[in-house]
Structures are given as structure tokens and as C-alpha cells.
Ligand binder design. Structure first.
Ligand SMILES: O=C(O)CCC(=O)C(=O)O
Ligand SMILES: [Fe+2]
Length: 313
């Protein structure tokens, strides 16, 4: 894993230019970045740096809470928090990470399910998810323009969910995984990360993406293949841990449809007749099938019917 090169060519796009007469240029740059890498970073995106810092701070403070307090959020009925020890018993591979995840839909009604500690969590993440939502709409409009689709093609009603992956310092990263290779199942993911660890698949080789301070990393999930009529595909990625620094990545995912947790279920073909399996479990199983570090193609990760359902097509 150490031999993975950090590639400076992964595009860094200036979203500020999209407001002026350079808009069409930016739309083309985004399309090119998606065709070549499936990922890009954006600067001048309009989300205040201080808000980004505060969001990172409250997330890190959450992970620094004592385990007794964090497990309070690991209830079976509404799981906000999971950690690698939880999977030790059932999974072949051990993931060196903790995850905080919850919906953050626009009406704000999810907020009372969010952690109440750190005390500023709900206020800060409420603002942050609102700002990132605005930003994702700007990017979606640019992608629609770049694809020659009508303005507003991606619609107004989106489901929004936040995934915060926290990877503690790992004494031996070769023995474990941060996040195994996968494609995202949702429409668009916008993530904030301050420490290197994200790797993306290019020409069947892993390459590393060095996050710029206060930039956002953007990628598209499986539905983009259907939406773009095969012009774009979702690119597999994974995250590695390191021996010196913990790493926290705050991902905000938008889906074409609002997803309530209970609707995030599906019966994979081989399980017909059994209890529906949580879709993230399905994804995790597919990740394991690729040994966690291999390549998951769109087809093997999520059945195409599910992609169509997610895109509302
Ligand atoms: O840790 C990261 O940067 C990536 C995590 C990720 O890809 C995911 O949760 O879908
Ligand atoms: Fe991902």
C-alpha cells in the first residue's frame, strides 16, 4: 500500500469561475475530470472555511468521546455509530475505523436524532449540511450542463446523508483496512478531509489523492452511469490508514430520492426469500468478496435494478 503514488494531476477546479462567463469552461472541466479520474477537488466553493473547520472539530470531538458514550449511538434500531470492534466477530477482515452516519435531509427533522454531544454538534452540522447541499446543487447543475441535459435535470428533491469515517492511528496498516475498494451507491458525494488516505482506481492501479486544505473532494456514485448514458462511470476508491495521524473524512452524500433508513433495504438475488438485507451490509459483503482491497465494478456492487430505483428512472 505504501507504494501507491500520490498523483498531483487529479484536477483541482475553481468553482468561483462558474459564476461568470467561464461557466461553460468549468462545466467542461468537471466532465473531463469525471471522465479521466472520476474524482476532482474544488476550491472557491463558497462554503466558509470556518464552518468547515467547525464541522471537522465537532466530528473529531464526537470520536474522542468515551466509548461508553459512543455506544449509546450504536443501537440496533437507529444506528448512528459503528466501530471496527463491532465487526470483529462477524467479518473476515478488520476495518480500522469508526463511523458516524445519519440522514441530514433539508427539512431538518432528522436533527433530533443526531448526537447531542458535543453540544455544538447539531447546530454546526445543521449549517454545514445545508451549505454542502447548496454546493452539491451547483455541481449537479454544472454536470447536467456538461452532459447537455436540461437545467435542473437532477431535480430538487434529494435525500441527504452524512458519513463520517474516522480512522485512528494504526500501528500496522498492512494488517487492516480503512475502507475497502468500492463505488458509492448514491448520486454524488462531497467530502472534506485534511489528511491523506483516499486512493482511487485508475487504469486498474491505485493512485493517491492529496487533499488540499479547505477544498472539497467530489465524486459520483453508480447512478451516474445510467444518467450519463454510459459516458461517465462511478470510480472505485478506498481509504488507507497510517501510523502517525488519525484521519477523519466527512462525506455528504446526495441521492436522487430521499432515503429513510428503513427504505435502505434490498434483497440481493441470491437471498430471495430471506429477510431483506440492509444495503450497506450488502455493499460490505461485496467489498469482502473483492478482498476489501480489490476492484468492485458497478455491476457486482449493486444490482442494476437498484441503480434504476435510486435514480428514479
Ligand atoms: O475515507 C474516505 O476518504 C473514503 C470513505 C468512503 O469512500 C465512503 O465512506 O464511501
Ligand atoms: Fe466511498
Amino acid at each position: 500500500m505504501d507504494s501507491v503514488p500520490i498523483v498531483k494531476e487529479i484536477p483541482v477546479l475553481d468553482l468561483g469561475q462558474a459564476q461568470g462567463k467561464e461557466r461553460a469552461v468549468v462545466a467542461r472541466q468537471i466532465l473531463k475530470a469525471l471522465e479521466e479520474y472520476g474524482f476532482f477537488q474544488i476550491i472557491n466553493h463558497g462554503v466558509p472555511q470556518v464552518l468547515m473547520d467547525e464541522a471537522m472539530k465537532v466530528c473529531q470531538e464526537f470520536f474522542n468521546l468515551p466509548m461508553e458514550e459512543k455506544v449509546h449511538y450504536a443501537k440496533e434500531t437507529e444506528t448512528l455509530y459503528t466501530s471496527n470492534p463491532k465487526h470483529y466477530v462477524s467479518e473476515e477482515h478488520q476495518y480500522w475505523k469508526e463511523v458516524l452516519e445519519h440522514n441530514c435531509n433539508i427539512d431538518g427533522e432528522d436533527q433530533n436524532t443526531w448526537p447531542s454531544n458535543p453540544p455544538k454538534y447539531r447546530e454546526v452540522i445543521g449549517q454545514y449540511s445545508f451549505e454542502v447541499r447548496k454546493l452539491s446543487k451547483i455541481i449537479l447543475d454544472l454536470v447536467a450542463e456538461g452532459l447537455g441535459l436540461e437545467a435542473g435535470f437532477f431535480g430538487k428533491e434529494h435525500g441527504q446523508r452524512m458519513f463520517v469515517n474516522h480512522y485512528p492511528v494504526c500501528p500496522d496498516p498492512s494488517l487492516t483496512l480503512g475502507t475497502g475498494g468500492h463505488c458509492d451507491p448514491n448520486l454524488i458525494t462531497i467530502s472534506q478531509q485534511q489528511v491523506y488516505g483516499l486512493q482511487i482506481l485508475k487504469n486498474e492501479e491505485w493512485i493517491g489523492l492529496e487533499p488540499l486544505p479547505h477544498a472539497f473532494v467530489v465524486n459520483f456514485g453508480l447512478p451516474i452511469t445510467v444518467i450519463s448514458n454510459g459516458k461517465l462511470t462511478s470510480v472505485a476508491h478506498r481509504a488507507v490508514t497510517n501510523t502517525t495521524q488519525s484521519r477523519t473524512a466527512i462525506g455528504i452524500q446526495l441521492s436522487k430520492k430521499r432515503m429513510k433508513r428503513e427504505t435502505r433495504t434490498a434483497t440481493p438475488p441470491e437471498d430471495t426469500g430471506e429477510t431483506p438485507v440492509d444495503r450497506r451490509c450488502l455493499l460490505r459483503r461485496e467489498r469482502l468478496a473483492t478482498n476489501g482491497s480489490g476492484i468492485s465494478t458497478g455491476e457486482s456492487l449493486v444490482p442494476i435494478q437498484m441503480v434504476l430505483e435510486l435514480t428514479g428512472h
